[in-house]
Design a protein around this ligand. Structure first.
Ligand code: ZN
Length: 330
């Protein structure tokens, strides 16, 4: 049997050839940090990730500054970033006011969110999912009128602390509601960190079969160390769009002990090793993540920042032979 080498696509795993990653750290990651970053610091990080090759970056959110103080300067950040051609700079919104703020600062892509859990939606947005859905149409009309693209996400799609398993029929109802208001780019989010690979594969396979017209994103938090495995399962089901967070920063205010999204550099490294194209320069992305850790002044959940790349371990012997792992450990 021929062994898979670095950069080969493992035929037996049936992986996709290329993926599109979104850096969500500036929004999902930083909103859980106590330290409020300045506009200049955020611009440096966002420009750095665009330079590294990220095709999509979630810059911030247009929500109540009282509810999420870290995101209060999102409008100013949009005005200050050095936009790179071909990069999509998206932002999270909660309502019509969010579309208005997006239009005013030149944001061209917004994302709505609803929780798949009725109980969580009440806690998060103070209304039921059905009431959230009723508000989507007005946001979509306003976005269209302002030439702003709009997408949607479904948090807790893989389970919630209030419901455990969410019936797939409940998730489909929300997908139907998004489609009804003209949104066909939808993210399935595991904010609670309850997703596991076999479940991810099954749900993704079912969703892709039921809704071939939808452009899907997957959004995994690494709360129980399954983020990378869940991304692999998504890839095996043919999904190609994934959110990641620089240095793995983040959490979720509604979930005890929640970790951030799976670390950007860990995902790029895994894809590089597996031969799945990301179009992103790993070294440049790692430099941005290191800079973030420097700004925050505390360690984060990133394997790569702690251990470096696998290829960094490989050393040349005088004879040209490669040392094996046991020799390196000595
Ligand atoms: Zn999240």
């Amino acid at each position: 049997m021929n062994m898979t080498k670095k950069g080969d696509i493992a035929m037996s795993l049936n992986l996709v050839e290329a993926v599109t990653l979104c850096e969500v750290g500036p929004r999902d990651g930083l909103q859980n940090e106590k330290q409020i970053l300045t506009v200049e610091e955020k611009v440096e990080l966002i420009d750095g990730m665009a330079e590294a090759g990220f095709p999509v970056i979630e810059v911030g959110s247009f929500v109540s500054p009282k509810a999420v103080p870290q995101m209060a300067n999102t409008d100013d950040v949009y005005r200050a970033i050095h936009r790179k051609d071909g990069v999509e700079y998206r932002s999270l919104i909660a309502n019509l006011k969010g579309v208005e703020r997006a239009a005013a600062c030149g944001c061209r892509k917004v994302k709505l969110n609803v929780s798949a859990s009725k109980a969580h939606n009440l806690a998060n947005l103070n209304c039921t999912p059905a009431e959230s859905v009723a508000g989507f149409a007005a946001c979509c009309d306003a976005a269209k009128a302002n030439d702003i693209a709009i997408s949607g996400s479904i948090s807790m799609a893989f389970g919630s602390p209030w419901d455990r398993q969410i019936p797939i029929g409940d998730v489909k109802e929300i997908v139907d509601a998004y489609l009804a208001v003209g949104i066909d780019e939808i993210s399935l989010s595991d904010a609670s960190g309850m997703a596991f690979p076999t479940q991810v594969y099954d749900i993704c396979t079912e969703m892709a079969k039921s809704y071939p017209q939808v452009n899907w994103w997957l959004h995994f938090h690494n709360t129980r160390g399954l983020g990378i495995a869940n991304i692999m399962a998504g890839m095996q089901a043919g999904f190609t769009r994934f959110d990641t967070s620089f240095a793995g920063v983040g959490g979720c205010p509604f979930v005890p002990g929640a970790a951030g999204n799976v670390a950007t550099e860990d995902v790029i490294h895994m894809c590089d090793e597996a031969g799945v194209k990301t179009g992103i320069d790993l070294d440049k992305a790692m430099a941005v993540s290191r800079r973030l850790v420097g700004i925050l002044g505390h360690a984060t959940d990133s394997y790569l920042l702690r251990a470096g790349k696998a290829s960094d371990l490989i050393r040349e012997l005088p004879t040209g032979q490669i040392k094996n792992q046991t020799e390196i450990k000595k």
